[in-house]
Ligand binder design. Structure first.
Ligand SMILES: C[S@@+](CC[C@H](N)C(=O)[O-])C[C@H]1O[C@@H](n2cnc3c(N)ncnc32)[C@H](O)[C@@H]1O
Length: 260
């Protein structure tokens, strides 16, 4: 018969099957536990803040869930470091709680030989550089002291190495000190090499066994890190730092807010 009466078979195009992966950012507890185990830093009282921060971290990297993030950080050292850099707080400034720095200067002056000083943590460098400046100001010769700054945050250490600071970081410094030890470039203050060269920085985690390889020190500053630890972690951290003293009678310099 007439073929044009025949119903044409509809052309069925192959449907694209899209696999929609469901995101799950509901329970951050395991990330909080992981982070505390790795770094000592606790978010116990700031779980909502942690949820929002880690969710942003995941979204920026197209990681669909906290569970997935956990499996990634276990095998990917780069993402793990990025998470640490993202979640640690590096607030610091020059001549913070200066009275302790002044005490240290007197102790160093009274030492007969050379001294090794540890700043754990150093964040972006203001604390160890403050110590170096204060020692120079007191007339201590650079060959008498070595200062090591460590931190778990790699971004902070990169900035410590650059040693270029904003107005708010140098707010406690006098015009005379600024003039002597910094070069002003626009709104920024670049620390001179004569001070930069007196401090070495290392990426280190206080709770990693390799931390002890840093050696022993005459004086240890550990300020404003314990505020992020819970009580048992503070004890653990204190024991580690105490084991790194050359002289077991020398008190460690903790921050006033650290509440041991
Ligand atoms: C607020 S800053 C203190 C800087 C400086 N000591 C001061 O008082 O101004 C705290 C620093 O502790 C570091 N931190 C936290 N947990 C650490 C760990 N387990 N090992 C080494 N550094 C850590 C953070 O990365 C951060 O830079």
């Amino acid at each position: 018969m007439f073929s044009f009466f025949k119903k044409k078979k509809p052309i069925v195009e192959k449907e694209e099957v899209k696999v929609v992966e469901l995101t799950d950012y509901s329970d951050v507890t395991k990330i909080a536990e992981y982070f505390k185990n790795e770094t000592g830093v606790t978010f116990d009282k700031q779980i909502n803040i942690l949820t929002n921060k880690v969710m942003t971290f995941c979204r920026q990297r197209e990681i669909i869930s906290f569970e997935k993030l956990l499996s990634i950080v276990d095998s990917d050292a780069k993402i793990k470091q990025e998470l640490i850099d993202y979640l640690t707080t590096n607030e610091t400034f020059f001549y913070r709680e200066f009275r302790q720095v002044a005490q240290l200067v007197e102790l160093v002056k009274a030492c007969v030989g050379n001294v090794d000083i540890l700043c754990a943590p150093s964040a972006t460098g203001e604390e160890p550089y403050s110590i170096a400046i204060a020692l120079l100001e007191a007339g201590v010769i650079p060959s008498k002291f070595k200062i090591v700054g460590i931190d778990i945050n790699s971004d902070a250490l990169d900035r410590a190495g650059e040693a270029i600071y904003k107005e708010r970081n140098i707010r406690n410094l006098s015009a005379e000190i600024l003039d002597k030890y910094f070069d002003k470039h626009g709104e920024q203050y670049a620390l001179k090499n004569s001070v930069k060269s007196l401090v070495t920085f290392e990426l280190a985690n206080l709770f990693d066994p390799s931390f002890l390889n840093l050696g022993k020190f005459d004086f240890i500053f550990s300020r404003n890190m314990f505020i992020y630890f819970d009580a048992p972690t503070k004890i653990k951290a204190k024991n580690i730092l105490e084991s790194m003293r050359k002289n077991s009678h020398q008190e460690i310099f903790f921050g006033h807010a650290d509440q041991l």
